[in-house]
Design a protein around this ligand. Sequence first.
Ligand code: GLU
Length: 437
Amino acid sequence: MSEPAIMPQPRPGIIRPDKDTFLAEQNPFEAMMERFDHAAQLLNLDRGLYKVLRNPEKQIIVSVPIVRDNGEVEVYTGYRVLYNTSRGPAKGGIRFDLNVTLEEVKALAAWMTWKCALVNIPFGGSKGGVVCDPAAMSMGELERVTRRYTASIIETLGPDSDVPAPDVNTNERVMAWIMDTYSMHKRHTVTAVVTGKPVEMGGSLGRREATGRGCMIVTREALARMGRSLKGARVAVQGFGNVGSVAAEFMAREGGLIVAVSDKSGGLTNPSGLDVADVQRWVQEHHRLAGYPKAEPITNQQLLICDCDVLVPAATENVITRKNAPQIKAKVICEGANGPTTAAADEILDKNSILVIPDILANAGGVTVSYFEWVQDRGGYFWDEETVNKRLESIMVRSFSDVMTWAERHKVSPRIASYMIAVDRVAGMHRLRGMYA
Ligand code: GLU
């Protein structure tokens, strides 16, 4: 790994005068920018590139009208942000959620850019979202929203330009509709336009589990550095969706005790360890954790500060803040979600010697296997699951070790080390390509 010279003094003009901690704890884009600024300053990033990299390349806002089942027309707002495509096609998920905002999508697209650069896969970063509540929509309504949104952003989509994937409240069913809509417009089947598809239609084996598996791998590596292992480690997981439930399952398989889990409906705790497969069956049947009989109820806030060795925030942004950070007891935090920790909380966790495996590393397993899926679709040659998992393992282990080596050498946190490696790679590509004007 090549390294740029580190300049000890902040470069004048790079720290923004409007830096506001309160704003950064509310606004995910500000939270991202604060870390980016820190990394840019330590990298001595030149002013021109600094300006380029703090702005998204493209921001699209569309209206998504559909006819609801009751015959009424409803109009939803959709976003797609391409943050940076210097290293390759934009890559990033699509979320359906009432809390989606343009600021959030911008932050998530930037995080995708840094994440793909950090694990060194040839993608830029993007993200999309539709402001809607999928829980209050029928399957037909969801399909119409997906297809209309896809048609509205179709010019930017494509295997060589922008490749969506699942994110909050979207899944392989939604990816199948996107693939079909895009292919109908192109008049031929284009499987590589989207990843996280059903395996039968060009999806990759191992993609569904990839993010959770990646979380397990980096947590195992982090514990090993402390002379510990997942065997007997007490783990609390916030969020029981595709990331959290799989992370819990894989950590339990390695001998971890899953002492608490939660979702929007609340949390469960059992200090002697939950039976993850049993909890997964309950959720499949009841669509929520609440009511599960073989554990005590706890709140999401209590889960974050419960007595555990490993905390996996795998739900949403800004849940670990300066308010609850001082009470966190975990020794390792593995950020399954994007942006769960605010910049102000970082400082507190650092001071308390808690090892935070940052989101752009911890949850990069998903996009890594998305990359494998895209490669397989384009090559028309599919790998067995063992090959997928082995290649994922080697990328996660290597990326974790790169980050820790950098962090130790430059005396920065793993988060800032991750940003530095990623920003340096993206900036390096810009330097090589030069400015087209
Ligand atoms: N939505 C996931 C993420 O935030 C996966 C993105 C992808 O596979 O493109 O990393």
